[in-house]
Design a protein around this ligand. Structure first.
Ligand SMILES: [Mg+2]
Length: 230
């Protein structure tokens, strides 16, 4: 066996963050009567989504805190239409995270892949930039937590992927050798560049067929294709 340890990103690699997040936002949109402010959910979603991506970029580079990210992403859509209501934005945000953590839709083929990898006796670790308060709950909701030997979150140590420190921490926590470890992830910068800089092989789950500046160790566009590699 070429590898014995696998680091796996959670959001949008195993757990379908995009769908689960959209469904949770839609639920909160109705619950908080946001149709009073926005013509429809889609309009709200586009405003939220774009700004959220910008804020996550800043968070990953440690330019803003988790607290600011969580506050600003829900304040912004309201501010963009001239509404200043911090209490509403905060309640919406809290409800969103609660709702999100009980969603269970997985990426197509992910459950099957986890069964396969477990059967092959790989040591599996989640390596994620997501928040401590929700990542474990999300995995419990989707019934996948037992597949993993450990959950390693950037939240624990204060360094996000692609920072070297989180990969060093993960290798230590997993008691793994980097030559025998491979990283699976959908985020080019965080997962693939991060692992490569640490000397860890990578499987890039290229969901949207982006052009990459260098060739990762392996590249797949469907998660089921990983079975042929490991
Ligand atoms: Mg991801």
């Amino acid at each position: 066996m070429r590898y014995n340890t696998i680091f796996i990103d959670l959001d949008n690699t195993i757990w379908d963050f995009e769908t689960n997040s959209r469904n949770s936002l839609s639920y909160c949109f109705d619950k908080f009567n946001y149709q009073n402010f926005f013509p429809d959910f889609e309009t709200f979603y586009q405003i939220y989504h774009q700004h959220n991506n910008t804020l996550w970029g800043l968070y990953r580079e440690a330019k803003i805190t988790k607290h600011i990210l969580n506050r600003e992403r829900f304040l912004f859509p309201l501010q963009s239409i001239g509404i200043e209501n911090k209490t509403l934005a905060q309640s919406f945000g809290e409800n969103y995270l609660e709702t999100l953590s009980v969603q269970s839709i997985l990426i197509d083929g992910a459950y099957n892949l986890l069964c396969y990898l477990k059967e092959k006796n790989y040591h599996l670790f989640i390596l994620s930039n997501g928040f401590e308060e929700v990542q474990t709950k999300k995995m419990q909701s989707a019934n996948i937590i037992d597949f993993f030997d450990g959950i390693i979150l950037s939240d624990y140590i204060g360094y996000n992927k692609p920072h070297k420190k989180i990969f060093e921490f993960a290798l230590q926590k997993a008691n793994a050798k980097k030559e025998l470890t491979i990283m699976i992830g959908d985020d080019w910068e965080a997962d693939i560049v991060g692992a490569k800089n640490m000397g860890i092989d990578q499987i890039f789950f290229n969901r949207t067929n982006i052009l990459t500046p260098f060739a990762p160790t392996y590249e797949v566009n469907h998660i089921s294709m990983i079975k042929k590699l490991l």
